[in-house]
Design a protein around this ligand. Sequence first.
Ligand SMILES: [Zn+2]
Ligand SMILES: [Zn+2]
Length: 363
Amino acid sequence: MKLSFSGCYIRQKLSNMKALVYHGPGKKAWEDKAKPVLLQPTDAIVRITRTTICGTDLHILKGDVATVEPGRTLGHEGVGIVEEAGTAVSGFRKGDHVLISCITSCGRCAYCRKGMYSHCENGGWILGNTIDGTQAGYVRIPYADTSLYPIPSGVDEDALVMLSDIFPTGFECGVLNGQVNPGDTIAIVGAGPIGLASLLTAQFYSPAKIILIDPDPNRLEVATGFGATHVINNSNEDITATINNLTGGTGVDVAIEAVGIPATFEICQQIIAPGGRIANVGVHGKSAPLHLETLWSKNITITTGLVDTITTPLLLKTVQAEKLKPSRLITHRFALADILQAYDTFSNAAATKSLKVLLTNMD
Ligand SMILES: [Zn+2]
Ligand SMILES: [Zn+2]
C-alpha cells in the first residue's frame, strides 16, 4: 500500500504541465495542472504544439458563458501530436500529427448521423467549455477517431490552427448557409477573424461583389487585401445609401452577420434583396429585433447554427492545394508560455491590429 501510494505521488509530480485556467469572471492564470489521462478507451491525449485564442475565450473571461466553471482550462483550437491513444481508437496512434476540431463528435448519435456534430449528444462544443481545453501542454480529446483529423505531411501546421474553428465557422455558418452563388452580391457585417474567414471562403464561389462593413479602418484595409471589392466604414458612412448605390437599389443577395449584436443583425435586414439570405454567424447574448413588417413579403431566408465542422476535410484539401491560405489571419506569434501577453494583445485588437495570435509549444 505504502509503495503504491508513493508511486502515485511520484507519477503525479512527473505528470504536471502548464495550462491557462479560468478562475471566474475577469480571472485567469497560467499555472501548473496535472496532465490529462485517458478516461475512456475512445479518448486520445494530444501534446499541443500550436494553439490560439478565440473571441469566445474573451466572452468566457467576461463571465458571459455560464457553462464554463472556475478551474477550467480554456481553448478549443489547436494542432498537436498524439501522445497516447485509448484501446478503442483505431485511426490514430502515438506520434501522429493531428488537427483538433473545436467540435467533439461521437459519430454515432442521431445528430452526428445527420452531420449536425455541433448538437452531438455526447460532445458538441465541450473543449474549453465543459471539459479542459487546448491552451495547455496537453489535452484529452474524447471520441478521438471522429474529433481529430490527420494532418497530411508538408502542410503548414501554423495555418491549420485556423481550421479548428475560424474557417469552418466562416465557411459553414456564413458562406454555405448563405448559399453564395456565382455573380451574387454579398455583404459581410464584421471584419474580425470570422468575417474575414467568410470573405476568403466566399471567393470559392466567385461572387460578383463582396462588401465588408466594419468600424475599424485597419480591418477594412485587411479586407481589401483579402479580396473585398468594396468596404463601408459604418462609423462614418451611411450603409443603406452605399449599398443602394452599389446594387442599383435592390440590396444584397447574401448578408452574413459576423458580430453578434442586435444592431448588426438589423443592418442585415435593412440591406437584404428580395429572395436574399441572411446567414447569422455571430454569437448573440440578447434578443435582436426581427422586422417582419418589411420582410414578410420579401422571400427572405434566415439561417442560424453553430459550426458542425463537417467541411474540415474539404478545407484541409484547399489549404494543401494552396487555394486557401489561412495563415494570412495570423498577425502575432508568441510562445505558449507567454500566453498572458498574447491575451493582452488579442483583447486590445483595435490598438494592436491583431486578428489571430499563434501560440507555439515546441519543446
Ligand atoms: Zn472559437
Ligand atoms: Zn454524436
